[in-house]
Write a protein that binds this ligand. Structure first.
Ligand code: A2P
Length: 273
């Protein structure tokens, strides 16, 4: 069975396809349109975008032209990290939805706990106010699920303590050698699905000889072992490619990595250097 037809279940019961097609750094226009079209053709049913990627309109056009019923496709988009004024949340959500033109997104995330130019700065108070706006959208049924991205344990704790709805997902940078153990464990304890972006460490891991040795044993590519590794850890991978054959390859991951090999992969470090 293809993993593309399998789902994780969010804490609110919503089914979310286990592999997402990531679109970060894919330029708007034909590149995004063609990649998303190839992903849909390959069987992906979960597309991840963001207002900040600037490619929502092309994602939406590819999904509309793909002819697959909207309810069979799961769309994630994100509130820009720079928006920390609660009053601006709804307008940005509506802008994303109008660019996508697919009806409301299924999952809406706060893109980061701080504006990118101020990474690490304390915006906890603002994030609570922004999150309450997301809660409002969720409670009014305007979006099926809400969550965050790039949040660490302190960011998550302050949000959970001050608000009603726990984030349903936290999308973080996650690959062999970069497994964010503390945040991942906290999310699992709190019923927050971990989604892993850059599962191929944006390509750097692909030449790693240790992962290559494991991949050879299974007759799989390094990319496939990297993506399967996330699934073995119940982390939702968001591989990204603009190459149709790789798009297919990255979802062809219906195999199991043995406990022994997982332990070996758990011990790898500096895989993106
Ligand atoms: P391309 O888009 O040219 O196919 P990540 O998902 O960690 O962000 O990594 C994305 C990068 O990895 C892109 O540069 C992409 O290149 C490359 N990539 C994606 N899938 C594969 C694959 N199966 N084999 C080799 N490179 C891949």
């Amino acid at each position: 069975m293809s993993v593309l037809t399998e789902n994780f279940t969010l804490a609110n019961g919503l089914q979310i396809p286990k592999i997402a097609f990531g679109t970060w750094q894919i330029p708007d226009g034909p590149k995004t349109y063609d990649s998303v079209t190839a992903a849909l053709k390959a069987g992906y049913r979960h597309i991840d975008t963001a207002r900040a990627y600037g490619n929502e309109a092309s994602v939406g056009r590819a999904v509309r032209d793909g002819g697959i019923p909207r309810e069979d496709i799961f769309i994630t988009t994100k509130l820009p990290a720079e928006i920390k004024d609660a009053k601006q949340v709804r307008a940005s959500f509506e802008e994303s939805n109008s660019l996508l033109d697919l009806g409301p997104a299924d999952l809406y995330l706060i893109h980061a706990p701080w504006p990118w130019s101020q990474m690490g700065k304390d915006y906890r108070t603002e994030n609570i106010a922004v999150w309450k706006e997301l809660e409002g959208l969720y409670q009014a049924g305007q979006v099926k699920a809400i969550g965050v991205s790039n949040f660490n344990v302190a960011d998550l704790t302050s949000l959970i303590e001050a608000t009603e709805v726990k984030p349903l997902a936290n999308q973080i940078r996650w690959f062999i050698g970069h497994t964010q153990d503390e945040t991942t464990a906290f999310c699992k304890e709190n019923g927050i699905l971990v989604e892993g972006y850059s599962p191929l460490s944006t390509g750097k891991i692909l030449n790693n000889p240790d992962v290559k040795r494991i991949a050879d044993q299974y007759g799989k590519s390094v990319a496939q072992v990297c993506i399967r590794y996330l699934l073995e850890k119940d982390v939702l991978p968001l591989p990204k490619s603009t190459t149709p054959s790789r798009i297919v390859e990255n979802a062809d991951v219906d195999f199991a990595i043995s406990a022994e090999d997982l332990t070996f992969l758990d011990g790898l470090q500096d895989t993106d250097s």
